[in-house]
Design a protein around this ligand. Structure first.
Ligand SMILES: C[S@@+](CC[C@H](N)C(=O)[O-])C[C@H]1O[C@@H](n2cnc3c(N)ncnc32)[C@H](O)[C@@H]1O
Length: 211
C-alpha cells in the first residue's frame, strides 16, 4: 500500500475563537473603539461578524478573489490595498489560505497612520513564494527553492524584521498552530524625516555664491 501525505483541507476559520481573541486583544491594546475595517480576504465574513459582539464597527469594506457574500468586492488583497485610501481604515485584515506577504508589504509601503494589521500565514495552499516577495528580498525567480514549513517560518521572520524599515511595531502577538500562524501587529508608520531648518554647513558652502 502506498503511503500518502494526509490531504489538508482548506477550512476558513478552524480557529475562530483564536482569531477573535487575537483581534480583541490588539484593538484593546491600541485603544481602538471605533473600528473601520478593510477586510481583504473576507470569505463569508465570519470573523468581523463575530467581532461585532465585542467592538463597535462603523465601517467594514470586504473583498475576496472569490466573493461569497453580497457586497464583497472581487479583488485580490494586493489590488484592494492599492485601490483603497488606507487612512480611512484603522484595521486591515489579510486572512488568505496561503502566503499573505505580498499584500502585507503593500500595506507597509502605504501606511500613513497607526493601524491594527492582522495577517494569517497558512501552509495549506502555500506554494512557491510570490514573485513580489522574492523580488522584495532580491531572490532571483529562477532559483530552485525547496518549499517547507521551515522556509515559510524563515520568510515570516524576514518580512517582520523588514517591517522596521516602514513602521514601529507597537504591539505584536503571534499564535502558531500546526500549519498556520496568526499575526496581530499594531503598526505606526515611521515619521518622515523632518526637513532641516538650515542646510548643513557643507551643503550651504557648496551652494554659496562666489564672492
Ligand atoms: C480563511 S478564508 C477567510 C475567512 C474570512 N476572513 C472570514 O472571516 O470568514 C480565506 C479566503 O481568502 C480568499 N483569498 C485567498 N487568497 C486571496 C488573495 N490573494 N486575495 C484575496 N482573497 C484571497 C479565499 O477566496 C477565501 O475566501
Amino acid at each position: 500500500m502506498s503511503r500518502r501525505e494526509p490531504v489538508k483541507r482548506k477550512t476558513d476559520n478552524r480557529s475562530l475563537r483564536h482569531k477573535v481573541e487575537l483581534r480583541c486583544w490588539l484593538l484593546d491594546a491600541m485603544h481602538i473603539t471605533d473600528v473601520r475595517v478593510l477586510d481583504t480576504c473576507a470569505g463569508a465574513g465570519v470573523i468581523w461578524d463575530a467581532m461585532r459582539a465585542h467592538v463597535s464597527i462603523s465601517r467594514c469594506i470586504r473583498s475576496d478573489i472569490k466573493p461569497r457574500r453580497v457586497g464583497t468586492l472581487k479583488l485580490s488583497a494586493v489590488d484592494m490595498i492599492r485601490a483603497m485610501p488606507l487612512d480611512e481604515f484603522n484595521v486591515i485584515d489579510i486572512d488568505p489560505y496561503g502566503e499573505p506577504w505580498e499584500a502585507y508589504l503593500e500595506v507597509l509601503a502605504r501606511l500613513r497612520q497607526p493601524t491594527a494589521v492582522f495577517v494569517t500565514r497558512g501552509t495549506v495552499s502555500w506554494g512557491v513564494l510570490t514573485d513580489a516577495v522574492l523580488a522584495h528580498f532580491g531572490v532571483p525567480r529562477h532559483w530552485p527553492i525547496a518549499q517547507s514549513q521551515r522556509l515559510a517560518a524563515y520568510v515570516d521572520d524576514l518580512v517582520l524584521r523588514d517591517t522596521w524599515h516602514y513602521a514601529d511595531i507597537r504591539h505584536a502577538s503571534v499564535l502558531d498552530l500546526e500549519d498556520v500562524s496568526y499575526y496581530a501587529l499594531g503598526l505606526a508608520p515611521l515619521a518622515p524625516a523632518a526637513p532641516a531648518a538650515h542646510p548643513p554647513a557643507d551643503i550651504a558652502r557648496s551652494h554659496a555664491l562666489p564672492l
